[in-house]
Each structure stands twice: as structure tokens, then as C-alpha cells.
Design a protein around this ligand. Sequence first.
Ligand code: SF4
Length: 321
Amino acid sequence: MQTFRLALHAAYACGHSGVCCTSGWAIPVERHRQPRLAARAEALTTTRITWLTPAPGGAPDEVAGVLAQRTDGACVFHAQGRGCLVHDARPVSCEHFPFVVVVDPRGVHVSLSHYCPTAAALLFSRDASLEIVAGDPVLPDGRLPEGLDAREALPPVAGGAGTPRLMEWNEVSAWEQQAVRRWAASACETPPTPDAAALAAVYATVPAGLPAWYVPADLTGAWVRWGLTGWHTWHTVIGRYLAARVVASWALHLGEGVALVDASVAQARNVLQGEVARICGSEQAPLTQARLTRAIRQADLLLLHHADLRALADLAANTLS
Ligand code: SF4
């Protein structure tokens, strides 16, 4: 199958930042990876280390357990300055970060989680292109990457007025490229004031046990004082971020069609505005590249890793008239 992604994401290669290995995530270990990992763990040290801990209740049968963590939340196989000590035997989830994947009858559609700082840096590239291009597969050995498998799905419903109808797949591809350009261009315009109620609803989708998110105390004030000017200054980068949330959007296959993709990108814009206001407001300082990078990383941490994806989609669907 062909693999499609934004041209600006095509240059992605793991920068070994270690963020995915030190975030305290429960990383499942598949049974077929367990023997090789066990052998690597034994070869690493003469003292026996506990590297596998029990999987949470309800985990699928193929999960042998989750990777053990040190007290700081880092994976036991992560070494500061050296990266992953078991790289060629690492679990499947590790292989797939930071890829966001949807497989449909057209091929494999790939975007990136900009929680990964290496991926976030690509948004600031001087020559970043927003063309959706065919390119190399995510995994070199031909395996399909993990993601939403919509190969058996019907095409999405077309947007606009009139009787709902299913689109042709080539029409979907044309719509995606147009939506990428449209959302990128939208960042040149003044966005709506951040919606505190919508933000609170998004934060409420984060399951118990994960860090809670709160609406910044002076959301509107911080946005007006710092966010708005910063948004205009960094509209090119912000537009690329919004465009990236169009590609490989799971919302395309959740029933409401392309309109739900637009609604979910609007939701991502509101979350990003909230993070910009939070960071600039708490530091009483303008939006710089470093602060925008943090805001984008936090937005994707919430939207792609912490929030309940189905609940997010339901909230986005509620905004459709
Ligand atoms: S196994 Fe390797 S890649 Fe996976 S979390 Fe641990 S250190 Fe990171």
C-alpha cells in the first residue's frame, strides 16, 4: 500500500529526544517481543532487573505486561545521553511513536504527534511544504503501522448542504489537500476568542489516573494581551500545525464525514489557543518560538495521547449544526 503524508513531515527521523521514553506512559510489551527483550535485558547487566510489570486489567491477551519504569517515570531501558538500550527489540508502541496512522482503501495516511520535539521542530522549517505526497512506508519491513484500520470502511459523507451522499475516494483525497491549504491559510486570520467551556469539556475527557488539565484562570485576558499578537506573528507555523491535524484524522471515519474533520481541527485550534494563553499568561511574556513549541507539544499531548478520542469526536460532532 502507498503511504501518504504532508511533505513537511517526510523529513522526520527519530532525534532520540527521549521524550516518549520518559513521559511515564504505560508501554505494553507484546508477547512476541517478550523473549527478545528478556534476552537483551539479561545481556545488559549482570544483576537481574525487573523490566516487565503486570498489564492493567482488561489488557488484550497478546500483551505480556508493561515496561517497568524508574521512580522518575523513565523506562528502565532508557539511558540519558544514550537513548534506548534495546532499540532493535523495543515494543511495537515504541516503534510507532510519534506516528498517527489511518489505513483506508487508498493507502496508509500518516501524520505526526508534535508532542515529539523533533516533529514539532519540523513545523518551523524554512521550506516546509504542505503538499500531501506519497513516500516511504513508516516501517521498513513492510508491516502495516498501528492505527485506525478503515480498509473496510465506506467513503466519508460529503460536506455542505443538500442530501447527504458518500464521496468517491479520489474526491476525498482532493478534499484533504484543499482542507490542508484552507486550514493553513486560516491562521492568517484572527481566530475566535478561546472558548473556555469547550476547553473544559475537552479536558474532562482525560481519563482518571492521567494528569488533569485546567482552564487557565485568566484565559481571555492572557489571550488578548499575549496570544493574539503571537498568533499573527507565528501564523505560518500555526497554519502548518492545523494542516497537520487534517491528515490521518480518525474523525474522517467516525460517521459524520468531512465536516467532523473540520470540527476536530477547530477543536485543536481552541486547545492550542488555550495552551498559548496558559504559557504566555503564566510567564507574562510574548509568544516566542520556544513558547509556541511548548504550546504545540502540550496541545498534541492532550489531543493525541491523554484525551479520550471517541469523546473528543463526540464533542466536535456537537458543534455541527
Ligand atoms: S523500550 Fe526503548 S524506545 Fe521503548 S520506552 Fe523503553 S527506552 Fe524508549
